[in-house]
Write a protein that binds this ligand. Structure first.
Ligand code: UD1
Length: 345
């Protein structure tokens, strides 16, 4: 089986993908500068899979170092996660986001090109569609400039990779994720929280645990069935397995190919439905208030998941109930961990 480099492989989606790759029989090399995670994640991965991945702690923007590693290890494909991910912070500090997210991408691209035109699977986002006019949104929907530098780095990142693929540098599969949630069922890995969460489900689990007094639902007057925003929430292990399917496919592609693929469930769920489903799945209560809209939120976004099914032979299989049980299990384990207070990025 091929040896795969996973940049950002100790982060939330990265660590689950490392486990899924190992389970599928791939050898894994990780490069992670620990900017938004902890080195202990290596132990947790080993506990789950029984195999410790090869891990190097440095910034993938260090292109020479990255290229040497790829060549020394005989890497055959790259999954590129390493990037900053906070929308609010990106608005406050755009240059930090452009420098890091574009710098790391260009470095990975050059290293892939100069190490034998290695295939790249890129971590993109449904944020490239903005507030889509047609639902479910498919891969041919227009790409709209993002309101946030974070979102724009995903759009520009895809353009850079498309141009490089067109020039014959390597094949690329860009995965446009919808909303990843939950954690590995073992409770060993999940999304670490170094301060205030940035996404809905950690807010729900922290409210259920009593860490927060109530959940604020951002906006209840949207033109949706119950007035709250609709998203396509996908179990992080389903998403991780999508990366395995994408890498398998990418290894068979010729350089020059660029494909973007939605990775979602195809099902839209409102914020209120999320709260109710969590309560049903866990038997816990989540006190909430209906609050003002949050600036920049799309009304409703959910995937047309047909291309992933037909072309990657992958589809999401875990239920929302299962996902919430895993999310809650992780929340309980997180409470026992001694996570230092620091900014997420
Ligand atoms: C967010 C980012 C998006 C990014 C994605 C994945 C914004 C505006 N968008 O998507 O660019 O690609 O994460 O990292 O930040 N909600 C509440 N109360 C809360 C938290 C969230 O009602 O305390 C609602 C939001 O208004 C939204 C839904 O829950 O309708 C999901 O929010 P969130 O988890 O932050 O994800 P997105 O906004 O979809």
């Amino acid at each position: 089986m091929a040896k795969i480099l996973v940049t950002g492989g100790l982060g939330y989606i990265g660590s689950h993908t490392v486990v899924a790759l190992q389970e599928a029989g791939y050898e894994v090399v990780v490069v992670d500068n620990l900017s938004n995670t902890l080195a202990e994640v290596e132990d947790s991965i080993e506990k789950i899979s029984g195999t410790r991945p090869i891990v190097h702690h440095f910034d993938v923007a260090e292109q020479g170092k990255l290229q040497n590693l790829i060549q020394d290890e005989g890497v055959e494909g790259i999954i590129h996660f390493a990037a900053f991910l906070q929308v609010n912070e990106s608005v406050e500090n755009p240059l930090k986001y452009y420098e890091n997210n574009i710098g790391t991408l260009v470095s990975v691209g050059k290293a892939a090109r100069d190490s034998g035109n290695l295939p790249i699977v890129f971590s993109s986002s449904c944020t490239v569609y903005g507030n889509p006019e047609t639902l479910p949104v498919d891969e041919n929907a227009p790409i709209v400039n993002s309101e946030s530098p974070y979102g724009q780095t995903k759009i520009v990142g895809e353009q850079i990779l498309k141009h490089a693929a067109d020039a014959g540098d390597f094949p690329v599969i860009s995965l446009r994720y919808f909303n990843p949630i939950g954690a590995h069922p073992s409770g060993e890995i999940g999304e670490l929280q170094f301060g205030e969460p940035h996404h809905l489900v950690p807010y729900i689990t922290e409210t259920a645990s009593g860490k927060r007094s109530e959940l604020k639902i951002f906006g209840s007057d949207y033109p949706t069935s119950d007035g709250t925003c609709v998203r396509d929430y996908i179990h992080v292990m389903d998403l991780a397995e999508a990366h395995v399917a994408a890498m398998k496919k990418a290894l068979s592609l010729k350089r020059g190919n660029f494909e973007a693929v939605n990775i979602g469930t195809g099902k839209g769920t409102s914020v209120l439905e999320m709260v109710k489903s969590f309560e049903n799945a866990t038997g816990l209560e989540v006190p909430y208030v209906l609050a003002d809209r949050r600036a920049g939120d799309a009304i409703a976004v959910y995937a047309s998941a047909g291309k992933a099914k037909d072309w990657l032979k992958w589809e999401a299989s875990r239920s929302l109930d299962e996902t919430f049980r895993d999310a809650w299990n992780w929340e309980k384990n997180l409470a026992k961990k001694n996570i230092p207070e620091r900014e997420n990025v």
